[in-house]
Design a protein around this ligand. Structure first.
Ligand code: ADP
Ligand code: ASP
Ligand code: MG
Length: 411
């Protein structure tokens, strides 16, 4: 008899019929003799609806009150699912993040889990109950309700699986697993049987929202066996693992895109030591995370410094850049929010050369201009025009043969 943590996303619990479907998966797992802890997200697009409602009132709501509001979505889901299970003759108990004892830091809207008390969950499991936990939420040390950031229910599930030393964490979603590209953008994308934690972490942090990147980080750190599968049609899904057979045969495992960043350029910065430090220190002090950076060495002893930031930080970063222009004696600020970050990811890049060249050539052949580039050991990212995303994904998917190959799982 094992312990399985499951997580069902918003689409999977969108209405009463889907709640019954979810209850069916829980019951099937329990009938296999397993203890089951199930984490659920808010029903359908309820979190988006709440965010949009507040946007009609103000564009600067207090972060504490936003967490108070957004955490209600998951509370509706857990109670509804527990009632559904009762109606199907099963003993279930719903618990909010605070009731479980999911302790976070105090960063409203992007809180990090500090620790999880497992006593209440274990007690309920020992009493033979199915435990339903609200995703995406916790409490800070001073008893404030916090949320973990969008897509945070994945993180709740993996953190619980780690704390409870679960045998597996199953992430049920609305696609058949992790694909070589977002299957909703690229129909020819192929489901992967397996992907490494490192590759999944790169894909998730570069925009593939099928798994929240912090959940993958936790799964990697605590070696949680993670599976992604479709709640409406559960097949083999995708195993996220430390390594799989023949993994070095696959130079690139997937391509992904992030359209939620914007570019800021400070034009005509005097070419002297300390200028770049001033820009990025000022942004850092304001709590703005900068992503890609490029500095063009111009003529006449001036440089252009360009960088990208997430869309949520864009207007503040622009204001700061404008202040810096006068302080540094630069010429002007230019901005572009019609950009997209395109990434190819693959553990095989460690041992194969020429991936960047092939990527750039494929984009050039498709008439796509590259504005910035950044690389890591297993990932190459290019900044392109947002209007060319589909063509770029298509070109790279073809270039790296992602539609054809197959792999097998070794652990
Ligand atoms: P949930 O509500 O279950 O958490 P999400 O909407 O957060 O689901 O994530 C699932 C979505 O992720 C899919 O519908 C798909 O459009 C998107 N996605 C992006 N990249 C990928 C990828 N490489 N593989 C699978 N799905 C992806
Ligand atoms: N309901 C939250 C969101 O929409 C958390 C989640 O679904 O993972 O972001
Ligand atoms: Mg999600």
């Amino acid at each position: 008899m094992g312990l399985i943590v499951q997580k069902f996303g918003g689409t999977s619990v969108a209405d009463v019929e889907r709640m019954r479907n979810v209850a069916g998966h829980i019951i099937a797992e329990a009938d296999r003799g397993n203890s089951v802890v199930t984490v659920v997200s808010a029903m359908g697009v309820m979190t988006d609806d709440l965010v949009n409602m507040i946007a009609e009132i103000t564009d600067d709501p207090p972060a504490r009150e936003m967490d108070m509001l957004l955490s209600t979505g998951e509370q509706i889901s857990i109670a509804t699912l527990a009632i559904t299970l009762h109606a199907m003759g099963r003993e279930a108990v719903s618990l909010t993040g605070p009731q479980v004892g999911i302790e976070t830091d105090g960063a409203h809207g992007k809180a990090r889990i500090l620790k999880i008390a497992d006593a209440r969950v274990r007690e309920a499991l020992e009493a033979g109950k199915i435990v339903i936990v609200a995703g995406f939420q916790g409490t800070s040390r001073d008893m404030e309700i916090t949320t973990l950031g969008r897509g945070g229910s994945d993180t709740t599930a993996v953190a619980l699986a780690a704390a409870l030393k679960a045998d597996r964490c199953d992430i049920y979603t609305d696609v058949d697993g992790v694909y070589t590209a977002d299957p909703r953008i690229l129909p020819e994308a192929r489901r992967l049987d397996a992907i490494t934690y490192d590759e999944m972490l790169e894909l998730a942090s570069k925009g593939a929202k099928v798994l929240n990147s912090r959940s993958v980080e936790l799964a990697k750190n605590f070696s949680v066996p993670l599976r992604v599968l479709n709640s409406m049609n559960p097949g083999p899904g995708t195993m996220v693992v430390k390594e799989y057979e023949h993994m070095e045969d696959f130079v690139v495992s997937g391509v992904t895109v992030n359209e939620h960043e914007a570019q800021i350029s400070i034009i005509g910065v005097p070419d002297k030591p300390g200028m770049a430090a001033k820009v990025f220190k000022t942004l850092g002090d304001a709590g703005i995370a900068v992503d890609m950076i490029i500095q063009n060495i111009g003529s006449d002893k001036v440089n252009d410094i360009s960088f990208t930031v997430g869309e949520a930080d864009f207007s503040r970063a622009k204001e700061i850049a404008e202040q810096l222009v006068s302080e540094m004696g630069a010429i002007e600020v230019q901005t572009d929010d019609s950009i997209a970050k395109l990434s190819v990811v693959g553990v095989g890049m460690k041992s194969h050369s020429g991936v960047a060249g092939n990527m750039f050539q494929a984009l050039a052949d498709a008439g796509i201009n590259i504005q910035m580039v950044s690389t890591s050991e297993i990932c190459i990212t290019c900044l392109i025009d947002v209007g060319q995303v589909r063509d770029a994904l298509k070109a790279l998917h073809k270039e790296f043969g992602l539609g054809k190959t197959a792999q097998s799982v070794s652990n």
